[in-house]
Design a protein around this ligand. Structure first.
Ligand SMILES: [Fe+2]
Length: 335
């Protein structure tokens, strides 16, 4: 089996951090903790930003500790240190959002406090727009006393574990978002690391196209094939917990995470959606950062298709709206 070992920063990168008083603590098996940066202050220099972005790309996410005094505007400003350097918001605004700030996606296990139940299946944010989001930020306003974190799986390390035959098959596939018809490759090359990464939304995919050959174009996966693909993808990322490329991160008060949305898939742990009177109240503010480039499908496919248009023919799945194709009948799916 291919190695899933993730990058450890080199001496030059570490020196850039230590010279500016930044302490880095690598988390195992993925992620990293950063101390010595005040997210409410001006951004650190470009070199520090670049090193931290590389750590996010290579290890999935970074956690800034003890940011409990960070205000929503400051959280949003710090989100703009990364990737496309501006906020790209596409979500609804919960009435309890401070100042009704439309760039804060307020999540909670109490529907009076924030939006409940979001993201129970492996996904990446912004699969419904061509450029997706480069990064997402999570500011933990209040962790639940009895836990309820987020699971993360590194998608480059995941791809590396696949058998060669599966790698070849998945490289020929592209997913169609059920809500927008936007098309993304199932395997892409990460812009910073060059690693091939898997990328699929298990709660918002309406079709998957396979390139038959360079001359014969594409076909749609049928129900059996798409079910098998979604199950295999789910099992691949779940295997990360035993193969050291996935973790369920339990939040502490004041944590502020930023994730590389092209490198790491995530899902809410089931405990995160248990009611507040049972689990303790959980409140999280999420930000989303504009993508740098379109995450283009390979193989000459268009950036989007009309998923609401007529079925292209054959027995393939072509499912518009909502959570898209249901690959298991009894699982929670919500975006
Ligand atoms: Fe998400």
């Amino acid at each position: 089996m291919a190695s899933t070992a993730l990058w450890t920063p080199d001496a030059a990168s570490l020196k850039i951090l230590t010279d500016t008083g930044v302490q880095l603590n690598l988390l195992e098996p993925i992620g990293a903790e950063v101390c010595g940066i005040d997210l409410a202050a001006s951004p650190p220099g470009n070199q520090v930003i670049e090193v931290l972005e590389t750590i996010m790309a290579e290890r999935g996410f970074v956690v800034f500790k003890q940011q409990q005094d960070l205000q929503p505007e400051e959280f949003l400003a710090a989100s703009c240190w990364w990737g496309g350097k501006e906020i790209h918001s596409t979500h609804g605004v919960h009435p309890a959002t401070p100042g009704q700030n439309r760039d804060i996606f307020r999540l909670s296990n109490d529907p009076k406090i924030g939006i409940p139940g979001v993201g129970p299946q492996w996904h990446n944010d912004g699969s419904f727009i061509p450029e997706t989001f480069s990064h997402s930020g999570y500011h933990i306003i209040r962790p639940a006393e009895r836990g309820g974190g987020t699971s993360f799986a590194h998608q480059g390390a995941a791809f590396a574990t696949l058998p060669e035959e599966t790698k070849q098959y998945w490289r020929r596939l592209a997913s169609v978002n059920s809500s927008s018809g936007v098309v993304h490759p199932l395997v892409h090359q990460h812009p910073l690391t060059g690693r091939e990464c898997v990328w699929l939304h298990l709660g918002m995919t309406g079709a998957v196209l396979e390139q038959v050959s360079e001359t014969d174009g594409f076909r749609l996966l049928n129900a059996q094939e798409l079910t098998a693909l979604c199950r295999a993808y789910n099992q691949l990322l779940n295997a990360g917990f035993s193969q050291d490329f996935a973790v369920t991160y339990e939040y502490q008060q004041g944590d502020c995470l930023f994730i590389d949305n092209l490198a790491v898939a995530h899902r809410a742990a089931p405990e995160a959606h248990l009611p507040a009177d049972q689990q303790g109240l959980r409140i999280m503010h999420r930000s989303t950062v504009k993508g740098r480039d379109v995450l283009k499908p390979r193989l000459g496919l268009p950036v989007d298709v009309d998923i609401y248009g007529p079925h292209p023919g054959g027995d393939g799945i072509w499912q518009s709206g909502g959570v898209g194709f249901r690959w298991e009948s009894d699982i929670p799916m919500q975006n």
